[in-house]
Design a protein around this ligand. Structure first.
Ligand code: GDP
Length: 443
């Protein structure tokens, strides 16, 4: 997601940073390009306009243009404005009430509502160790209730037994009762969708909300529908007290316009992003990290977190410490390659790692995850000295490594280039004051 926007902005900023001094005209030209890039990413026009106006005003300020690194400063201003546009104060679910906390899911048919209900339930019951009950109030779509029950079985989360013919408000009442009596921490209500926003749907949702008094009312919208998603969200938010939005199909949304304008247009934070059909394809939405990804700084924080989930804690700590120092040798690269495989391969990590983006293209053409295994073999064929100091690897050594790993010199070159790019990115991070500094900069 955000690939083309990220590429466009990357170009604009490279040009800005490439110059020593900047004039007001330089900044204005760059900001015009930023505006075009936002509009091409399908960001709503008023949102793009106010974003650019605000950034321009700050960027042409005396202190910025006179500073030692004006280009870098402008990028920081854009970053901060992006974070704000995405909803700086976005939070995860607010469930700290006397249990059961009720989470009500609303949205149009086909938006991914039922799937997302199960995804959130899985996250709450697994990661957060909550006892979760799910209930489908969808009496319109045939088999909707059965669909949720099937998902419940898959993720080992309880669903309310189906009583044929019962109406949504009555199901909500029964679900609440069951959740209270049986000591559930969270009750998730999957309400009925419709093909369009209509009054009957709104009335039904209001009636359910009156009975269930939800702590969270999450609107599920399909990010692929772009501006329509934003319009749907605006419609809903005028009628129901939404607490947040979940954007689904972010895995297929290269442009990202819905994500970028959602907060500004609706005033509601994006709480989660759906990134695939599988039930663990759900990410908490962190504006600062997303902004970092868009600006090509890579989402190191998420990467480290993801890594921490799949590797030993001490490994993660060591890795974080090395990243913070800007160190990155072949052993680090090998560690990352191994983790990548464990974490679900390249696709899952695309764009998360600084400097990976360019290497990604090469990897994809070379056959993706199989390439990962080859790369590990190549690093395995390097001596310890070579791994710590890859610059030692000359033509002769390359031939030896290729032979030892059953690969070619071209492939060895690719690994070296990839290491080089990542290592440069790490140094950049270090310049920004290490991982901590970067995080501070990201907000
Ligand atoms: P509902 O009618 O809103 O309840 O929609 P469903 O939950 O039944 O989802 C409709 C389809 O979208 C299903 O095939 C889901 O697997 C798929 N889907 C849901 N969320 C995502 C997502 O984040 N990414 C992708 N690729 N597919 C999704």
């Amino acid at each position: 997601m955000f690939d083309s926007l990220s590429d466009r902005l990357g170009g604009v900023f490279d040009r800005l940073r490439g110059r020593g001094a900047l004039t007001e005209a330089d900044v204005r030209t760059a900001m015009r390009e930023v505006r075009v890039a936002l509009l091409e990413a399908d960001v709503a026009l008023p949102v793009a306009r106010s974003f650019v106006d605000k950034v321009t005003e700050q960027a042409v300020g005396q202190n910025v243009l006179r500073s030692v690194t004006p280009g870098q400063q402008v990028v920081k201003i854009v970053n901060d404005a992006l974070v704000e546009m995405l909803g700086a104060d976005a939070s995860e679910l607010e469930l700290s009430v006397t249990p059961p906390a009720v989470v009500m899911m609303v949205g149009l048919q086909g938006s991914g509502k039922t799937t997302t209900t199960a995804k959130i339930a899985k996250r709450l019951s697994g990661r957060d160790r909550k006892k979760v009950l799910m209930a489908s109030l969808d009496v319109n779509r045939p088999n909707a209730q059965e669909q949720l029950a099937t998902l419940g079985t898959q993720i080992e989360v309880a669903t309310l037994p189906i009583v044929p013919g019962q109406q949504p408000v009555d199901i909500a009442r029964r679900a609440l009762q069951a959740a209270k009596l049986q000591g559930y921490d969270v009750l998730m209500l999957d309400t009925a969708g419709r093909l369009h926003v209509d009054q009957a749907l709104m009335d039904e949702m209001k009636a359910v909300a009156d009975i269930a008094v939800p702590q969270e009312i999450l609107l599920v919208v399909d990010s692929l529908t772009g501006q329509d998603a934003v319009n749907v969200a605006q419609n809903f938010s005028e009628q129901v007290p939404l607490t947040g939005v979940v954007l689904t199909r972010m895995d297929g949304d290269a442009r990202g316009g819905a994500a970028l304008s959602m907060r500004a247009v609706t005033g509601k934070p994006i709480k989660f992003a759906g990134t695939g059909e599988k039930l663990d394809a759900l990410e908490a939405f962190h504006p600062s990290r997303v902004a970092g990804r868009i600006l090509g700084m890579g989402d190191v924080v998420s990467l480290v977190e993801r890594a921490a989930e799949s590797i030993q804690a001490e490994d993660a700590e060591r890795m974080t410490a090395r990243l913070a120092k800007g160190q990155f040798d072949m052993n680090d690269l090998r560690g990352q390659l191994q983790q990548m495989r464990r974490m679900g391969g390249l696709g899952a990590l695309a764009g998360m790692m600084p400097g990976m983006k360019k290497a990604q293209g090469a990897l994809a053409t070379a056959g993706g995850d199989k390439m990962l295994i080859h790369m590990e073999a190549m690093i395995g064929s390097m001596t310890l000295k070579e791994r710590a100091k890859p610059e030692l690897i000359n033509a002769k050594r390359k031939i030896r490594i290729a032979k030892g790993s059953g690969t070619t010199v071209q492939e060895v070159n690719k690994v070296l280039k990839m290491h080089q790019e990542m290592s440069t990115a790490m140094k950049k991070i270090k310049k920004m004051g290490g991982l901590k500094g970067m995080m501070a900069m990201l907000g």
